[in-house]
Each structure stands twice: as C-alpha cells, then as structure tokens.
Design a protein around this ligand. Structure first.
Ligand code: AHG
Ligand code: MN
Ligand code: MN
Length: 334
C-alpha cells in the first residue's frame, strides 16, 4: 500500500464471510451471536472438505466405500468423510438440535432436550460424488430450519419436515476451479471465494442476480425418451429457438455445479421424472429446497422457471410432512 492509501476505502476493504454473517444475523432478533457461530461451523467444515477434495488422488480417499446409503446409492469414501466432518463441526454448536444428512438413515439429535438448541441443519455433504474420481466439480449443500415453537424438543420430524419457505438460511459450496461458498438468509444471495493464501472466504459475488436471458439448458438428455412428453417438447423449444433464441447445452452431473453455472449465466436446470425415478431423482429436502432459497432471492426469471417446472416455487408452499413425504422424498420438479 502506498503511504497515502486510505485503508478504509472500498477497494481496500476485504469482507470475509464471517463479517458478512455478523451483519446478516442482525436480521434475526435474539440471535445474539449464535447464528454466526452456527454458520461458522459450516464454513469450517467447507474448508476441511475442500482440503480433502484437493488432495484426492494423493491420499487414499478416491473410490467407493463399499457401502450403500439410505438413498440406495453407492457411497464414495469422500461422501463418508465429508459427512463426518460436517457432523463433527456442527455437533459442537450448542444452538443446533438436529442434524439431517443425505448419507444418514436417521437424523442425529444433538444437545438432547436443551432449550438452547433451536436449529436443525440439513445437508448433502458431497453432491456429485461420482465425479470425484475424474476431477470434475463437486459440492456441499445445506439448509437451516428453526424449531417450530410448538415442536417437542425430541420430535425431529417437526423440526425437519417444514415447508421450504420456512428455511431461514441455505447455501452451497462448489469445489471447482476455486472453492466458492454461496449463501442467503433471504436478503440477497452472496458468494465468497476461498482465498487459499489466507484461508478465508472473501466476498467475491455480492448480490448475485441471475441474468434474465440465459444461454444454456442443463439436463441429462440420455433419459429424454423416458421423460413425460411435455419435458421433451419444452427441451425441443429451447433447442430450436422458439423461446427467444437457440439454447446450448451444458450438463456436469453435479447438481450444485450445474445450479451454480445456471445462477451465474442464466438458463434452466431440470431433472424430470424417468422410468427408474418416477418421482425424479433430486432429493427434496437435501438438494431441491435449499436451492430454492438462492433461486427465489436472486430473482430467477419466473416465466422461464414456470415453463421448465413449477416445482421449486410450489415447494415454497407445500409442507413436507410425515404423511406421504419424509426425509428421503424426491422431487420431480426442479
Ligand atoms: P449425489 O452425488 O449427492 O448422490 O448427487 C448426485 C445427483 C446430482 O448431483 C446430479 O444432478 C445427479 O445426481 C446426476 O444424476 P445422473 O447421473 O442421473 O444425471
Ligand atoms: Mn447430491
Ligand atoms: Mn451426496
């Protein structure tokens, strides 16, 4: 810095995710530091997971674990490791009462019966894990819910199975060409890139907005023949330019990375029902609903969203409850 430089000038100001969260928690009356402490558990876990991901190939962390998870999918070693890291980092936060992971059969109750425990955290520890072995982007997704006032302390279903619109914060981390953490507490969507030199997530994408006009659609076209006809017709319209211009195609196969690109560049991402997955593949609680917070707060183009699928918007209003839907429910609309 030159002798005359003013360190308070905007261009010299570096905003870390921790500073940002401290600002944002003022929106939650009575949160008094606990919310930032909770979120710091997620940012710490993200740094630990990215360190493991970056060493994949050097350490004995590639490949499958030999186990099948509750979703019926083969677990990768990094799925297990990332799950343990998140459970470890979050279970020491006193304000958390329930942890629900895509990799666990049952939610984990922590700080049993403590009235101070008033949040549930839901996460997919490693999304797109089948891409790890081939150096393709993977991610972590999370969502935070507050214990309903009337809920019994040990009734984890009523903590977890709430309408998507009840989420108080949600976000994701992409372990890609850089590591970026994107989160929202309903007041804009903000992205923080990990500066490996200082070990901090630094604000790089304030107030992310999805462009009105996108370039790409993102879908696994190998299943096109199995989609209900209206999905195929819609994709044809995108390809042929009858929706403004001709769309190109991009599909990574890691939802979190496909979503992140769609948020930045515009376009549509969808995973329609298939013969094998008549209710869709993406998990409502762990994958779809957390993304809805980002989608809603970044003003996703509603017309295009409705054309592709109405599900995410509907999920904001439809209770996820024990009658018919549970922690493992899927969604056919995204
Ligand atoms: P996960 O690795 O957490 O099980 O999620 C994989 C999901 C999602 O990330 C991605 O969009 C989708 O599976 C890809 O499925 P296909 O291989 O059927 O396209
Ligand atoms: Mn996933
Ligand atoms: Mn996963």
């Amino acid at each position: 810095m030159t002798p005359n430089a003013d360190p308070t000038r905007t261009e010299h100001r570096l905003i870390t995710v921790q500073q940002h969260i401290l600002q944002e928690q003022k929106r939650f009356p009575g949160a008094s530091g606990e919310f930032s402490w909770l979120l710091s558990g997620i940012t710490l876990a993200a740094k630990m997971i990215q360190a493991k991901v970056r060493r994949a190939g050097l350490s004995d962390i590639l490949g499958t674990d030999g186990e099948t998870n509750v979703q019926g999918e083969i677990q990768q070693k990094l799925d297990v490791s990332a799950n343990e890291v998140l459970a470890h980092c979050l279970s020491v936060r006193e304000s958390i009462g329930v942890l629900a992971s895509e990799e666990n059969e049952q939610p984990i109750m922590v700080h049993n019966n403590s009235p101070a425990a008033k949040y549930a955290v839901v996460f997919d520890p490693l999304d797109g894990s089948s891409n790890i072995d081939v150096n393709v982007s993977v991610g972590t997704t999370f969502s935070i819910l507050r214990r309903p006032d009337e809920a019994h302390l040990d009734d984890h279903e009523s903590w977890l199975l709430q309408p998507g619109r009840k989420q108080i914060a949600a976000g994701y981390v992409v372990y890609g060409s850089s590591t970026i953490l994107v989160y929202s507490v309903g007041n804009g969507v903000h992205g923080f890139t990990l500066d490996p030199a200082v070990g901090a997530f630094v604000l790089s994408h304030p107030n992310m907005r999805m462009p009105d006009q996108g370039k790409y659609y993102s879908v696994n076209e190998a299943y096109c023949d199995e989609f209900p006809p209206r999905y195929g017709e819609y994709i044809d319209r995108l390809r042929h330019g009858t929706l403004g211009h001709k769309y190109g195609s991009r599909y990574i196969g890691s939802m979190v990375a496909d979503f992140h690109r769609t948020l930045l560049k515009g376009g549509v991402f969808l995973y329609p029902p298939t013969t094998d997955q008549p209710d869709g593949k993406l998990r409502l609680l762990y994958e779809a609903e957390p993304r809805c917070v980002s989608r809603r707060t970044s003003r996703w183009n509603r017309a295009r969203w409705n054309a592709s699928s109405a599900g995410c918007r509907a999920n904001q209003h439809s209770p996820t409850n024990a009658a018919g839907r549970g922690e493992s429910s899927r969604t056919r609309r995204f």
